[in-house]
Structures are given as structure tokens and as C-alpha cells.
Design a binder for this molecule. Structure first.
Ligand code: HEC
Ligand code: HEC
Ligand code: HEC
Ligand code: HEC
Length: 307
């Protein structure tokens, strides 16, 4: 409905139309707003604040702020490769690499073509909660005035009061499928060079062919002077529902220098999920797994893998 107003209907005309009181129109309007609201982060498990949201989720009673568990407008991390990051990085570490993780590289999978780097980029930010090593109320700039602590309070965080079934009293993720831990060798590889490397950016075309043709060729474009890579899933240009690849430094020579990598954010958008219905069960809502696109028919997998 918002789009109708934006596309040409004058403010006055809009109000008159509303006053005309078509019950159907009003019902439609309400549904539109409800849909919009339910797509927002407040109605996901990433709302750790005290406000309304999914019943029984992990949450604190100390603040109803939502963004503060991840971002701050001022005084956040100076080293995190994520915008305005408000936490110490995962496994008590600093980038690149965060703390100590056992990566997919340790499997020595014979079919891997790309280089696997230590945990970094956006993934280190996800793991700052999902590795379970520190309290989720590890917050550098606490809600309200003052309260800046460079290490966010360390492993114990800010000693907020938590409720929820998969969080311990200290506020760290402690059980359940969302506890990824520091052994990420049993998770889809991250910090992994896309399609075996050999891709660089030039204008809007990818220079270089995928070394491993089992992969879909990505798109690239210079946006604000930075070369950006993504896997197209529809629409024009780079959108939130495309799968972004993140620039990492794979080293000189055969490493192919700076190039695109798969990270947690390639498949997930931490704010909102318009993707698939997630794991089912009590208290679960549609779109639970923060996927950028629905994974029906394994569409997330086949966006990259030619399989
Ligand atoms: C659970 C952690 C988390 C929470 C909570 C969160 N964000 Fe984010 N946000 C991230 C991460 C991680 C990124 C980096 C995304 C990327 O690089 O793809 C990000 C990126 C962003 C960006 C820039 C990229 C984009 O997607 O537009 C904006 C703007 C943003 N967040 C705003 C917010 C606001 C506003 C809130 C609160 C309503 C919020 N975020 C809550 C984790 C979070
Ligand atoms: C501030 C802490 C925090 C950060 C940072 C964070 N998460 Fe989460 N995430 C959670 C919590 C808490 C849950 C819910 C766990 C549960 O209910 O067992 C969760 C759940 C999830 C789920 C599963 C949702 C479901 O309903 O089953 C996914 C997927 C997820 N996170 C992905 C990410 C990704 C990707 C990032 C980084 C872009 C990220 N998270 C960053 C705290 C965080
Ligand atoms: C290549 C794509 C891809 C990457 C990369 C990826 N995920 Fe996922 N993730 C998925 C898919 C698909 C699901 C949904 C699985 C399902 O429906 O059972 C999922 C599910 C999850 C869940 C919910 C687990 C559950 O069963 O409830 C969490 C938490 C999560 N991912 C976090 C992460 C984090 C953190 C990273 C980075 C370390 C990451 N993911 C990287 C594709 C990915
Ligand atoms: C954003 C792109 C992308 C998406 C989406 C994606 N993958 Fe991958 N996947 C990769 C890359 C890159 C590799 C590393 C392959 C290599 O270097 O040989 C990889 C590796 C793997 C491997 C390990 C192969 C080996 O040789 O050890 C498996 C298995 C796999 N992916 C399955 C999946 C599944 C299942 C999904 C959907 C849930 C998925 N992938 C989604 C890009 C992606």
C-alpha cells in the first residue's frame, strides 16, 4: 500500500480515498502494514530486547533496544569489518581471524578448489554470539548515556538478566541448533574463495572465468568506488535478496589477491527473513532462518552450485 501512496497519489487524494471508507481498502491497508511489521527484526530471534516479539525467545529484561546488541551509532568497534559494530569479536579475538576456530580447512576435503581463510569479515561478527564463547550482552556502548567499555565487559558482558531456553545465566548461547561453537568444520565452509578463485572486478563484468565450472558466474559492479560481487537471484542490480560475496585477501600469486568469498552473510540477512519457513515447533514463525531467499527446492544451494 505504501507504494501506491508513493507512486503519484497526492496526500490529499489519499486521505479522501481513506475517508471514503471502503472497508475492503482499509482491510487491505491493515494487512499490508501487518505484513510489513512481521518482516522486521523485532519479530525475529535477533530481537534480544525486552519488548514485544516471539514468545519464549532469548531476551533480556534490562533494555527494550534491539539494534544495540549489534550496532551503536557512536563509539563502536574500530576493528570489526561490519558497520558500527557494538561487540567484541568472537572467541575473544580481534580480526583478522577473531579467536581460535577449527575451520573447514582442517577436513582437507579432496574436492575443495578454493582457499579457506581464517574466520573474518562479517562471519566473525555472527560468531561473536553464535560461537557461544561470550555473553550476548557483551556490548561496547551500553544503551543510554555513557557506559562505554572497550571490551564490552569481556566474556561476562554487562550482566543483564536473561530468559530463554538456549541461553545460560551469563547470557551466552549454550544449547540448541543455533549454537555453532568454535568448531566450524561441520558447517558450510566460510571464508571460502568463490568458485576456486581467479575472479577480479572490471567495470560491470567479471574478469576471469570460474576455475571450477561447477559454480554459477557471479555479477560484479563498482559501487561507491568499491568492487562488489554477488550471485544474482533476480531483479535488476544488487539487492538484499541477491547473495553477496565478501572481499577477502587471498594473497599474492596463485592466491589471486583480493577476491570474492562466501561468508555467513552470503546466505543470511541478520535483520529480516523473507525466506523459507524455518525449523518448525512451538513458538516458531515463518521465515525463521534469516535466509536471503527461500530455500524451497534447495534454491539457496543451486544459486551458487551447478548441481
Ligand atoms: C544480530 C545482530 C544484528 C542486529 C540486532 C542488527 N543488525 Fe544491522 N547488521 C548486522 C550485521 C552483521 C551487518 C552487516 C551485514 C553485511 O555486511 O551484509 C549489519 C548491517 C546493517 C546495516 C548496513 C547494511 C544493510 O543491510 O543495510 C544497517 C543500515 C543496519 N545493519 C541497521 C540495523 C538497525 C537499524 C538495527 C536495529 C533495528 C540492526 N541493524 C540490528 C547485524 C545486526
Ligand atoms: C547479538 C547476538 C547475535 C548475533 C551477533 C547474531 N546472532 Fe543469530 N541468533 C542469536 C540468537 C539469540 C538466536 C536464537 C537462538 C535460539 O533461539 O536458540 C539466533 C538465531 C539465528 C538463526 C536461527 C533462527 C531460528 O529461528 O532458528 C540464524 C540463521 C542466525 N541467528 C544467523 C545469524 C547470522 C548469519 C549472523 C551474522 C550476520 C548472526 N546470526 C548474528 C543471536 C545473534
Ligand atoms: C552457503 C549458505 C550458508 C552459509 C554460508 C551459512 N549458512 Fe546458516 N543456514 C543456511 C541454511 C540453508 C540454513 C537453513 C537450514 C534448515 O532449514 O534446516 C541455515 C541455518 C542456520 C542456523 C539455524 C540452525 C537451525 O537448524 O535452527 C543458524 C544459527 C545459522 N544458519 C547460522 C549461520 C552462521 C553463523 C553462519 C556463518 C558462520 C552461517 N549460518 C553460514 C545456509 C548457510
Ligand atoms: C554463495 C555461494 C554458495 C551457496 C549459496 C552455497 N554454496 Fe556450497 N560452497 C560454495 C563454495 C564457494 C564452496 C567451496 C567449493 C570449493 O572450493 O571447491 C562450497 C562448498 C560446499 C561443499 C563442500 C565441498 C567440498 O569439496 O568439500 C558442500 C557439500 C556444499 N558447498 C553444499 C552446499 C549446500 C547444501 C548449499 C545450500 C544449503 C550450499 N552449498 C550453498 C558456495 C556456495
Amino acid at each position: 500500500m505504501r507504494h501506491q501512496r508513493d507512486s503519484g497519489r497526492s496526500g490529499r487524494g489519499w486521505r479522501q480515498w481513506l475517508r471514503a471508507g471502503s472497508a475492503a481498502a482499509v482491510a487491505l491497508l491493515a494487512t499490508g502494514f501487518l505484513e510489513e511489521a512481521s518482516a522486521q527484526i523485532t519479530n525475529t530471534r535477533h530481537n534480544l530486547g525486552a519488548g514485544a516479539g516471539i514468545a519464549g525467545r532469548n531476551q533480556v529484561s534490562d533494555t527494550a533496544d534491539v539494534c544495540v546488541f549489534c550496532h551503536t551509532p557512536h563509539g563502536g568497534s574500530t576493528t570489526a569489518p561490519v558497520p558500527l559494530w557494538n561487540k567484541r569479536l568472537g572467541a575473544g579475538g580481534t580480526p583478522p581471524g577473531g579467536g581460535t576456530y577449527n575451520t573447514y580447512a582442517s577436513l582437507n576435503s579432496p574436492s575443495i578448489d578454493g582457499t579457506i581463510l581464517p574466520v573474518g569479515s562479517i562471519s566473525v561478527a555472527c560468531l561473536s554470539c553464535h560461537d557461544g564463547t561470550q555473553a550476548m550482552d557483551n556490548i561496547i556502548n551500553a544503551p543510554g548515556s555513557g557506559g562505554v567499555t572497550a571490551d564490552g565487559g569481556g566474556n561476562a558482558g554487562l550482566a543483564f538478566t536473561w530468559t530463554g531456553t538456549t541461553v545460560n545465566a551469563a547470557g551466552a548461547l549454550s544449547s540448541g541448533a543455533s549454537l555453532i561453537g568454535t568448531d566450524i568444520s561441520n558447517d558450510h565452509p566460510i571464508g571460502i574463495q568463490y568458485c576456486g578463485g581467479g575472479l577480479t572486478g572490471a567495470g560491470t563484468a567479471v574478469a576471469g572465468a570460474c576455475r571450477d565450472t561447477d559454480f554459477v558466474q557471479p555479477q560484479t559492479q563498482a559501487i561507491n568506488g568499491a568492487q562488489v560481487f554477488w550471485i544474482e537471484t533476480g531483479g535488476t542490480g544488487k539487492q538484499r535478496t541477491d547473495l553477496p560475496l565478501y572481499l577477502r585477501d587471498f594473497g599474492a600469486g596463485a592466491g589471486n589477491g583480493i577476491g570474492p568469498a562466501v561468508e555467513c552473510g552470503s546466505c543470511h540477512d541478520p535483520h529480516v527473513s523473507t525466506g523459507q519457513a524455518g525449523p518448525t515447533g512451538t513458538g516458531r514463525v515463518s521465515g525463521d532462518t534469516f535466509l536471503r531467499i527461500s530455500n524451497a527446492n534447495s534454491a539457496v544451494c543451486t544459486a551458487c552450485h551447478v548441481k
